[in-house]
Design a protein around this ligand. Structure first.
Ligand SMILES: *[C@@H]1O[C@H](CO)[C@@H](O)[C@H](O)[C@H]1NC(C)=O
Ligand SMILES: *[C@@H]1O[C@H](CO)[C@@H](O)[C@H](O)[C@H]1NC(C)=O
Length: 207
């Protein structure tokens, strides 16, 4: 091994803080999401519990989360995201709806890969997992054996436990239709200006 000259060493030091976390050549990479799946999750947001169904439909350009907060009289709450950048958040029991122009499409199946940093293997509820972090935003646990997601920890403190992961499951078209109270009488959507506020399950603007 050639010893570094002091100048080279200084250069190395200067460059280090700029260098992205080195992904070692042999590090495992996250498995892309299947183009279509249905996942059932138990969610814990600082003790606020919910059960969520996630319907991911990449070819359909849509992504639906159906969230039932613990003992909520007005459950479920829908977070309906479309690839053209429009999201609808609605509660049928109250006929309330909010839509937002998020400005970007739904998550790509390989959204986790660019910039993901491998953290190693950890246990998650008895599952031996590969773990990655992305942009101080999510820590992602994937079962080593089956490559299914097991647990997601968000920077906000929200934790999603994947209870069921049905590859290829597709929700029927009718269930994707945002309700009529999301639209103006003239057929337009009641869309708030994008203000950086995003209630999406996985906020798209941070990726
Ligand atoms: C949990 O959070 C949701 C969404 O903010 C809220 O509607 C619900 O009332 C909360 N549940 C409890 C028990 O605080
Ligand atoms: C996005 O697509 C939906 C469904 O086709 C449509 O209702 C909505 O108006 C579209 N939004 C924009 C901004 O084009």
């Amino acid at each position: 091994m050639t010893p570094l000259t002091p100048a080279a060493f200084l250069l190395l030091l200067l460059c280090l803080p700029e260098a992205p976390p080195a992904a070692a050549a042999g590090d495992p990479t996250p498995t892309p999401w299947p183009p279509q799946f249905h996942a059932t999750m138990v969610m814990d947001y600082h003790g606020n519990m919910s059960i969520a169904d996630l319907w991911y439909d990449w070819p359909g350009g849509r992504n639906l989360h159906v969230i039932r907060y613990q003992l909520a009289d007005d459950a479920p709450y829908f977070d309906n995201e479309w690839n053209n950048g429009t999201s609808f958040f609605y509660t049928p029991a109250r006929r309330s709806c909010r839509s937002a122009a998020v400005g970007v499409g739904i998550l790509r199946p390989d959204w986790l890969l660019p910039g993901a940093v491998y953290l190693g293997r950890r246990d998650a509820g008895g599952f031996d997992c590969h773990v990655w972090a992305k942009a101080d935003f999510i820590t992602y646990y994937e079962d080593v054996k089956t490559k299914r997601p097991v647990k997601w920890v968000f920077y906000t403190g929200r934790i999603a436990y994947v209870m069921n992961f049905e590859v290829g499951a597709v929700l029927e078209d009718a269930a994707w239709q945002a309700p009529e109270y999301c639209f103006n009488k003239d057929g337009g959507t009641i869309t708030e200006a994008a203000d950086g506020h995003d209630d999406s399950f996985i906020p798209r603007n941070v990726l």
